[in-house]
Design a protein around this ligand. Sequence first.
Ligand SMILES: NC(=O)c1ccc[n+]([C@@H]2O[C@H](COP(=O)([O-])OP(=O)(O)OC[C@H]3O[C@@H](n4cnc5c(N)ncnc54)[C@H](O)[C@@H]3O)[C@@H](O)[C@H]2O)c1
Ligand SMILES: C[N+](C)(C)CC=O
Length: 512
Amino acid sequence: MTYATPAHNVIRTSTTGTASTLFINGAWEPAASGAVRAIRNPADGELVATVSEAGREDAERAIAAARAAFDSGVWSSVPAPERGTFLLKVAAGLRERREKFARAESLDTGKRMVESRIDMDDIAACFEYFGRLAGQQAGRMVDAGNPAVVSKIVYEPVGVCGLITPWNYPLLQAAWKIAPALAAGCTFVLKPSELTPSTAILAMQLLQDLGLPDGVANLVTGPGAEAGAPLSEHPAVDLVSFTGGLETGKRIAAAAAGTVKKVALELGGKNPNVVFADADFDAAVDNALNGAFVHSGQVCSAGARLVVEESIAERFVDELVRRARDIRLGGPFDDAAESGPLISAAHRDKVNAYVQRGIQEGARLRTGGAAPHGEKYDGGFYYQPTVLDRVQRGMSVVTDEAFGPVVTVETFRTEDEAVATANDTIYGLAGAVWTQDAGKAQRVASRLRHGTIWINDYHPYLPQAEWGGFGQSGVGRELGPTGLAEYQEAKHIYQNTSPQVTGWFADHGKEN
Ligand SMILES: NC(=O)c1ccc[n+]([C@@H]2O[C@H](COP(=O)([O-])OP(=O)(O)OC[C@H]3O[C@@H](n4cnc5c(N)ncnc54)[C@H](O)[C@@H]3O)[C@@H](O)[C@H]2O)c1
Ligand SMILES: C[N+](C)(C)CC=O
């Protein structure tokens, strides 16, 4: 198969310079300024779509629509099981349109079709999970210790949600927010990455086709500083849920403080993949490749730090390097490709700068460290899978999230040293432990300060299992029951069925 051309375009956006991709109060609109952005496939630079480039004014109109829809009760008053049924229809719609959505995702991100198809399945599973959960949150009775009192906890929607998402898993990260927000009865404004808006547009079309009331779901496509910032600043937004980089997350938390809105942050990671000498060697090497290089390492939970027991380190890294050299790079429709391009030239420059700085600081480059050569790669933003060993703690390539196909190698001699090395990061998103000793696996897993620990595996995540970070990897959790609770307020309703005079204050005006 050859790379996609604009003829593969699968969404209703223009390739001629006009666009109406803002979805506000049930209508498709251009940006107030008329600005547009060209979306290009990072695998070959081909024009994929032209979308509206929203600014503050557009975001504020979308917020007003979401506020009015929430306050009208048009969605929050729909019984929770019916909201759940709607989510199940969304899941079914996604499954029917899987290929169309996957192509749009691959064209925007450059990721291989096989990966985008998996993403679409995971997205449908997310809607199914929250669809089933929606009807099960009945609240609970509380024993007030007084038979005359009826005391209960009910869960109400938090209100208007600002949802801000990144480019690496565009619709998946949006779905992890949209599904629980709708299940809880919230309304929202979604601001996807300006680089990868296409599947968000398709998703809004699906919600519209399925009859979601106007104003419940709103979309602004555009850059963060203009279209995104109002979602964290505006007093009419009750919650901002953000997935993206650490520095943006800090800005959003600071901006949200002005109106004391709820903040959920899913940020980056610098995730340790800890391999003990007694691990299944072949499985551990294979999964170290998977952990570091799938989607060219542009994964928040990428196993970018290999932490390997000294006694097997040389053999392990030799094998990792041998196999990393063989990884075939290519575009979304190249069936032979095993990994794809980076998202942009600027991002590739950033990844390369980390690698070169690491080498200058004394790391040894075992493979990679440059863009690949050849006609096939011209016009795309490819970077070779890269392995650096002999790194030192404190080097920026070890501490910072490079977010590319780069793995560093650290070694340890004892279990304590393995734990200390793995925990030596400001982040705390995910990590893995490889050993055939079940006791050691559980011991180490319990000491690692990361939100997800895989034992003898790498990368799986489940809609029913909470996802999120310790430390500076974020605040709050997505998925699982906690992922729904993020979009709810717990309210205590206390009813005294037999009101009594308390006598706390004497009635000084009353005759004896
Ligand atoms: N923890 C997770 O589950 C998870 C999942 C996916 C990606 N990520 C992280 O996302 C990052 C990569 O994504 P990115 O480069 O798109 O991140 P980013 O922080 O640059 O952008 C994320 C989103 O924020 C918007 N934005 C930027 N500035 C803003 C502002 N001032 N106000 C409001 N919105 C603003 C962007 O337009 C985009 O939509 C990595 O750090 C990765 O680890 C985390
Ligand atoms: C959360 N996850 C693993 C799907 C994507 C992270 O970038």
